[in-house]
Design a protein around this ligand. Structure first.
Ligand code: SAM
Length: 244
């Protein structure tokens, strides 16, 4: 029971994230709460994230993608959309050296945005209580950038699921296009864009639209992403730049 309390108190589930050890005391809990705890306790990424001080198991999705595709480097400027509780920002701060942990390496800039409040993370500019879809939020990000071009835009944003499939799909697609538009307007040539999607009918069109601006577009399902989850990531690399 103590383990359960500790897990639920100190560790974020990232919405639908996070664990097969069967917890002993599940009395009085609803079915979905029981399933969540069971999943949580059986998930190796949950334990690993606690050991490595990541706020959330989602960190390993970005770690894996970055190891394979090299999208984060020391000195890079990174925008993290849908950043709460902050594990992607933690990874980005370490990889870009925005936390100045490596004295001899260039220092990057990481900006994290979320509808929710985010506890401070060393080396990261955080915009909490901010809706990325609002022009005001994007202007705030641009004023932090101060003409600096972006090397990598990340989006792990997910709308609150309404349970109405078509509406949920429409909402996540809207988020993706908002991120694509922002990335196109702020990125440096050769920059990358990583966007979370739910594998739905809009994916081929989004892929086509991304290919107008990037050299390559790839669908990725990281090992840390649960197989039963519809989430996939679209990685666009090699931003071609805007003609004017
Ligand atoms: C799966 S969580 C992100 C986890 C994060 N990548 C991490 O590693 O800690 C998705 C986040 O997207 C945020 N989100 C959804 N819609 C948003 C919007 N319009 N603007 C900003 N954040 C949004 C949610 O509040 C939620 O915190």
């Amino acid at each position: 029971m103590n383990t359960l309390k500790t897990l639920t108190r100190n560790f974020h589930s990232c919405g639908h994230e996070c664990a097969k050890v069967v917890p002993k005391n599940l009395k009085g809990r609803g079915k979905s709460s029981q399933e969540w705890l069971t999943r949580q306790l059986s998930d190796p990424f949950v334990e690993k994230a606690k050991m490595m001080n990541y706020r959330c198991r989602s960190a390993f999705k970005l770690v894996e993608i970055n190891e394979k595709h090299g999208i984060l480097k020391p000195g890079f400027t990174v925008i993290d959309c849908g950043a709460s509780p902050g594990s992607w920002c933690q990874v980005a701060a370490a990889e870009t050296n925005s936390n100045k942990a490596q004295e001899t390496k260039p220092v990057g800039l990481v900006i994290g945005i979320d509808l929710l409040q985010i506890y401070p993370i060393p080396g990261v500019h955080l915009l909490g209580n901010a809706d990325f879809m609002k022009d005001e939020t994007q202007q705030n990000v641009k004023s932090i950038l101060c003409e600096r071009k972006v090397d990598c835009v990340l989006s792990d944003m997910a709308p609150n699921a309404t349970g109405i499939r078509n509406l949920d799909q429409e909402n996540i697609t809207k988020l993706s296009y908002s991120v694509l538009r922002f990335a196109v307007l702020t990125s440096s040539v050769d920059a990358s864009l990583l966007v979370k999607l739910w594998n739905n009918g809009d994916v081929p069109q989004l892929e086509k639209d991304m290919l107008r601006f990037y050299k390559t577009v790839k669908m990725i399902k990281p090992v840390a992403s649960r197989s039963e989850s519809a989430e996939v990531f679209m990685l666009a690399k090699g931003f071609l730049g805007l003609k004017s």
